[in-house]
Design a protein around this ligand. Structure first.
Ligand code: 13P
Ligand code: SF4
Length: 303
């Protein structure tokens, strides 16, 4: 089938089924272009709460679809490929977290949303890459157990030196491809370029970045900056929106290898199939949902 026909069929099924498509900034360009909203993890969670449609089709990875279901239990939440997981989310389990909580009984547990619902259910508050510092700052506890991303945790802890952090050793394999050496070479080619890095990047990369921020915050930074060239240290899907929304600026990939294979599992064909079949429907155990919801809602209350 031609891409044009697939797009048309998706559009008509969306109307028929009263469905809406949310896509993460890392999705392939053709998916970003048909989505009703494109955003970072925090934006997608917030947007999902105000949606009137009965069905939400989430193009991203599993934890994002799971958060959508946790926040919208009465809606049908679909994911076109159920195997699109996040390896970082699987780097901590409820059993491992329970043991860590016993080691640090006074610490508040701050949980990056890149985690599974059974883990979120055991935590005090969630955060995303967009609000990690504000979330940790909002807590009365001076001791924080930050899970599962050690690099986002390190970034947050540097911004709040008065608090004591215990960092879980999780990481994102996709963001490990950026290095100080690689970026220094790119800076020789583009001397005036600003380095913009996601907080999942390693510390050597964070240290030389001009700005560290979530995926959607990169768009605001690029729009507001007077610079013309930007070296982008996050998944390659991000470049599409940056270029589309800032056509007069130049965006250079910090590495050609920054591809999240899970984010790329979703395709236009699978979206069409998903809408036709109502698959794969996301379900979350109700007791677990209520517990995880507490942690997500506390995060959403932080301004
Ligand atoms: P953002 O919330 O910044 O979009 O990040 C999500 C993610 O998975 C980054 O790897
Ligand atoms: Fe997970 Fe990394 Fe992919 Fe983000 S880019 S979804 S953290 S594996």
């Amino acid at each position: 089938m031609l891409v044009k026909d697939i797009r048309q069929q998706i559009e008509s099924l969306k109307q028929k089924k009263n469905a809406l498509i949310l896509a993460h900034n890392y999705q392939v360009p053709e998916i970003q272009d048909i989505a009703d909203y494109v955003g970072d993890s925090l934006e997608l969670a917030r947007i999902s709460q105000g949606i009137k449609q009965d069905t939400i089709l989430l193009c991203g990875v599993y934890f994002m679809a799971e958060i959508t279901k946790i926040l919208n239990p009465d809606k049908t939440v679909l994911m076109p490929d159920q195997h699109a997981g996040c390896p970082m989310a699987n780097m901590i389990t409820p059993a491992l977290l329970s043991a860590a909580k016993q080691d640090h009984p006074k610490a508040a547990v701050v949980c990056y949303v890149n985690s599974n619902a059974d883990v979120k259910a055991l935590t005090d508050i969630c955060c995303t890459s967009a609000n990690g510092v504000k979330v940790a700052e909002s807590l009365s506890e001076d001791e924080i157990l930050f899970i599962p991303d050690q690099y986002l945790g390190a970034y947050v802890s540097k911004s709040l030196p008065r608090k004591r952090f215990h960092l879980w050793p999780g990481y994102c394999p996709t963001h490990m491809v950026f290095s100080r050496e690689g970026l220094e070479k790119l800076k020789e080619e583009y001397p005036g370029a600003k380095i913009v890095a996601h907080p999942e990047c390693r510390l050597d990369v964070q240290e030389i970045a001009d700005r560290i921020c979530s995926t959607s915050q990169m768009i605001t930074y690029a729009k507001d900056s007077e610079a013309k060239h930007f070296i982008i240290c996050t998944e390659l899907g991000m470049l599409h929106r940056l270029k589309k929304e800032n056509p007069e600026k130049v965006f250079i990939a910090g590495s050609p290898n920054a591809i999240c294979p899970n984010m790329k599992l979703t395709t236009l064909e699978k979206i069409l199939w998903s809408l036709e079949r109502n698959e794969f429907e996301i379900t979350v155990d109700e007791q677990m949902r209520i517990q995880a919801l507490g942690s997500i809602e506390r995060m959403l209350m932080v301004k």
